[in-house]
Design a protein around this ligand. Structure first.
Ligand code: ADP
Ligand code: ASP
Ligand code: MG
Length: 412
């Protein structure tokens, strides 16, 4: 028996027509002899609508109830997809996360999958079911509460099920026909990559290329799940899309594989905190406890025993971060003069495993931004990436000029 996982994102199930189109694709694989696990996202725009309802109800919401609300979009598409397949005489049924069960941690709104016992789905395949339609993005905590896997989490549901059920391949159907050198929506010279290494995809995803959720790439790498990104609108071909694979399966690659950007960033600066041992722990401990995802950190030079501490976090966590810092100040754990938030920043990054063996990549990036008169506010680097924080209004210009500077229009 061979199992295939096919995940359809929000735009691919945005209307009943598109659900039918996706179902036909699934039908073709069933006819080819596969048992299929279909993962569906909520219809395009639905999750945003649900998040908005939660925000309007309770700005510092409790994450358990956030999950109860925002997970519901996937229930609708899972049922509709199962009904559509049944209309085509394909034995199919829907599964919500808890029914599979997709067992997760209790980190609500950002839960991690811990295990997926495959028995329930396998038993139904054994009884003649040909398609299991699983609501993406959802899980169940050890306490029996509904969890969600973070935005874009249906990709992770797909890869985790592919690993748990030892599927031949995990196919991610979306509104672009593969992974590009940069977001094709903001750079018309972006080129589709035939293959990309897990490590590069992992960095691109975590730096804002939302075509795959970061955690899905991590899982695919760990469990060696062949992962393919495809368009749900193109006709089928054997070699379609982009294969995310091990580094040694790639023959030729650029020093820089791609450029990523994220506009959901904010820069926060604590003005005049005491420069003493333990200050970073006193600041970032409460932020972590409040669920703030701190990314870049810079501590300025200290003067008279006091310093400024700058960090970046997702822009929608600014209120939460401010609340955590005010509470830490009130309890005497830290003292600061002011907390300044800059909510008009973006992060732009270049990524490539070739950077390990090539010097001068970062300086070329800085020179390119200088030539465009773009000021860099914060820099971070790792072995295979360089990221900068800049004014948000320059995001497109920065991405396009870096794409040109590193010759990515010739990639693919
Ligand atoms: P889905 O709803 O199918 O999960 P997403 O919106 O989450 O789709 O992801 C697909 C989008 O990712 C594309 O429409 C594209 O704008 C964006 N994207 C960002 N970076 C890249 C990239 N390097 N390659 C392809 N798509 C990218
Ligand atoms: N519907 C969820 C979201 O919009 C999960 C997903 O689509 O992957 O984030
Ligand atoms: Mg997505």
């Amino acid at each position: 028996m061979s199992i295939l996982v096919m995940k359809f994102g929000g735009t691919s199930v945005a209307t009943l027509d598109r659900i039918r189109r996706a179902a036909k694709r699934v039908g073709r694989e069933v006819a080819n002899g596969h048992d299929v696990i279909v993962i569906v996202s909520a219809m395009s725009g639905e999750t945003n609508k649900l998040v908005g309802l939660v925000d309007d109800t309770s700005p510092l919401y409790e994450a358990r109830e956030y999950d109860a609300v925002v997970s519901s979009g996937e229930n609708v598409t899972a049922g509709l997809m199962a009904l559509t397949l049944q209309e085509m005489d394909i034995p199919a049924r829907s599964w919500q996360g808890w029914q599979v069960p997709v067992q997760t941690t209790s980190a609500h709104a950002a839960a991690r999958i811990e295990a997926i016992p495959p028995e329930n789905i396998l038993a139904k395949f054994g009884e003649g079911m040909r398609v299991a339609v699983v609501a993406g993005f959802q899980g169940i905590s050890p306490e029996g509460r509904i969890t969600t896997l973070g935005r874009g989490g249906s990709d992770t549901t797909g890869v985790a099920l592919a690993a748990a059920l030892k599927a031949d391949e995990c196919q991610i159907f979306t509104d672009v026909d593969g992974v590009y050198t940069t977001d094709p929506r903001i750079c018309d010279k972006a080129r589709k990559l035939h293959r990309i290494a897990f490590e590069e995809m992992l960095e691109l995803a975590s730096l804002g290329a939302k075509v795959l959720q970061t955690r899905s790439v991590e899982l695919a790498m760990r469990y060696a799940v062949p992962l393919r990104v495809l368009s749900s609108f193109d006709e089928y071909s054997e070699d379609a899309g982009t294969l995310v694979c091990a580094e040694d399966e790639i023959v030729e690659s650029n020093v820089v594989a791609g450029v990523a950007h994220s506009k959901d960033e904010a820069k926060m600066t604590l003005i005049s905190v005491a420069d003493r041992p333990g200050i970073a722990a006193a600041i970032f401990g409460p932020l972590a406890e409040a669920g703030v995802n701190v990314d870049m950190i810079v501590q300025n030079i200290s003067e008279d025993g006091r310093t400024d501490m700058t960090f970046s976090c997702p822009v929608n966590q600014v209120a939460r971060a401010r609340d955590a810092m005010e509470k830490a100040k009130a309890s005497g754990e830290i003292n600061f003069h002011d907390l300044v938030a800059d909510e008009d920043v973006a992060k732009v990054s270049i990524v490539g495993i070739g950077m390990r063996s090539h010097a001068g990549v970062a300086s070329k990036m800085f020179a390119t931004l200088r030539d465009e008169n773009i000021n860099i506010k914060v820099i971070t680097t790792s072995e295979i990436k360089v990221s900068v924080l800049i004014d948000r209004k320059y995001t497109e210009l920065a991405v396009q000029s870096l794409h040109d500077a590193f010759g990515l229009e010739k990639a693919g």
